[in-house]
Design a binder for this molecule. Structure first.
Ligand SMILES: NC(=O)c1ccc[n+]([C@@H]2O[C@H](COP(=O)([O-])OP(=O)(O)OC[C@H]3O[C@@H](n4cnc5c(N)ncnc54)[C@H](OP(=O)(O)O)[C@@H]3O)[C@@H](O)[C@H]2O)c1
Length: 327
C-alpha cells in the first residue's frame, strides 16, 4: 500500500516520505479499512514536529488519527457483515504508529463506526478530533438545556461544531471569532452574539450585551483568554478548555476562581472516557444521518500534497478542516 510516514521529527517537507508498505492484516477484533480520506489536525502536525519525543521509539510513524473509507476485511470475532460498510476511523495514530495517512489501516472494530450514507468521506475525516472534541466540551458537565454557553474561537475546527452541539442540546450560545466572515459563520451556526477575540475587553462587553453571565465557556485559548472569561462567566460556571497554545503555562488567579466557585474542565479527546466516546459517536451518527450538522472543509488535497496539508494546519487560519484523499 502507499503511505506517508516519518522517521525523524522536523518540518513537513523534510521528514514526510511517501513509501510503499505491506498491506496490514486485521488482527482478531480488528477491521481492515480501505481509506478514501485522511484528516490533518494540529495534534498530527505537533507530533510530526517532535511534541512527543518518544513517539518514534518503535519505528516510523504513519501520521493522522482521523479518516474515512470502506471496510475490506475483518479479523476473527468481527461479523463478516461489516465488510463493505462505509466507516469513519478515529484515534488510529494514538498509542501506536499506524495512522490514517495510508491506503489501508487495520484498527479495532469499534474505532471504525458506521458513517451514514449522507455524509461524505471528506466529512468522515473531520469527526474523530473536531466533532468529538466539541461534543465532549459541551456534554462533559451535564445537561445544558437553557444554559448560556460561550464558545471562544467559534469558527475554528472544534469551535464551529461546539456551537452546533450546544444549540442541538438546548443551550443558548455566544461566541468569539477573529474576523467578520467568521463572525457571520458563528451566527449562522446558531450563536446569538459574537465578539471579536482580538479586541481587549470583549468579556465585559459580552456580559453587558447578553445581559447575563455565561454558565459554561468552551475555550480554545485558556491562558490568553482567562482574564476575559472571568469577566463574563457566572459564579459556579464551568470552563471546558481544550487548548492553551499562546500561553502554554498559564498563571491561575486562585482566589478569584475559588470565590467564583468555578470548575475548570480539561478536555483531551484521545483519553476522554470510552462511554463519552460512544456517546459522541451515536450523537454524531444521528446528526449526520439527519443532515443536521454543517461542516467547514477548507481544503481537500491530493495524496501528493501531504506536506502542504501539514503546512496549512501549522500556519493556522485555514477556515476549516484539511482533508487529504488517498490514491
Ligand atoms: N484537547 C483536545 O482534545 C484537542 C482537540 C482538538 C484540538 N485541540 C487543540 O485546539 C487548538 C485549536 O484546534 P482547531 O483544530 O480547532 O484549530 P483552528 O481550526 O485553527 O481554530 C482555532 C480558532 O481559534 C481562534 N482563536 C485564536 N486565538 C483566539 C483567542 N485568543 N480566543 C478565541 N479564539 C481564538 C482562531 O481564530 P483567529 O485565527 O481568526 O483568531 C481559530 O478560529 C489546537 O491547539 C489543537 O491542538 C485540542
Amino acid at each position: 500500500m502507499r503511505a506517508v510516514c516519518f522517521e525523524a521529527f522536523g518540518a513537513a517537507r523534510d521528514v514526510l516520505r511517501e513509501v510503499e508498505l505491506p498491506r496490514p492484516e486485521p488482527e482478531p477484533g480488528e477491521v481492515l479499512v480501505r481509506l478514501q480520506t485522511t484528516g490533518v489536525n494540529p495534534s498530527d502536525v505537533k507530533k510530526r514536529a517532535g511534541a512527543f519525543p518518544d513517539l518514534l521509539a518503535e519505528g516510523p510513524v504513519i501520521p493522522h488519527s482521523d479518516g474515512a473509507g470502506i471496510i475490506e476485511a475483518v479479523g476473527e470475532g468481527v461479523p463478516a457483515s461489516r465488510v463493505g460498510q462505509r466507516v469513519f476511523v478515529y484515534q488510529a495514530q494514538h498509542g501506536r504508529g499506524a495512522g490514517t495517512g495510508a491506503q489501508y489501516v487495520s484498527i479495532a472494530s469499534h474505532r471504525a463506526p458506521d458513517l451514514p450514507d449522507s455524509a461524505s468521506f471528506e466529512v468522515g475525516a473531520c469527526i474523530g478530533i473536531p466533532i468529538m472534541t466539541a461534543h465532549r466540551c459541551v456534554t462533559a458537565d451535564g445537561d445544558v438545556r437553557g444554559a448560556w454557553i460561550l464558545v471562544t474561537g467559534g469558527a475554528g475546527r472544534v469551535g464551529y461544531y461546539a456551537i452546533q452541539w450546544a444549540r442541538r442540546f438546548g443551550a443558548r450560545v455566544a461566541a468569539t471569532a477573529g474576523n467578520p466572515a467568521d463572525r457571520e459563520l458563528c451566527l449562522a451556526a446558531g450563536a446569538e452574539y459574537v465578539f471579536d477575540h482580538h479586541q481587549p475587553g470583549w468579556g465585559a462587553a459580552l456580559r453587558s450585551q447578553c445581559g447575563q453571565p455565561m454558565d459554561r465557556v468552551i475555550d480554545v485559548e485558556f491562558g490568553a483568554n482567562l482574564p476575559e472569561v472571568i469577566d463574563c462567566i457566572a459564579t459556579g460556571g464551568v470552563i471546558a478548555t481544550y487548548a492553551s497554545t499562546r500561553v502554554p503555562e498559564p498563571a491561575i488567579p486562585f482566589r478569584t476562581l475559588m470565590f467564583m466557585d468555578l470548575t475548570i474542565r480539561m478536555v483531551i479527546v484521545y483519553d476522554m472516557p470510552e462511554d463519552a466516546k460512544m456517546h459522541a459517536i451515536e450523537d454524531t451518527q444521528e446528526a449526520l444521518a439527519g443532515g443536521q450538522l454543517a461542516h467547514r472543509v477548507a481544503e481537500v488535497l491530493p495524496f501528493s500534497a501531504m506536506a502542504r496539508a501539514h503546512e496549512l494546519v501549522e500556519a493556522g487560519r485555514t477556515g476549516g478542516c484539511i482533508v487529504v484523499t488517498l490514491p
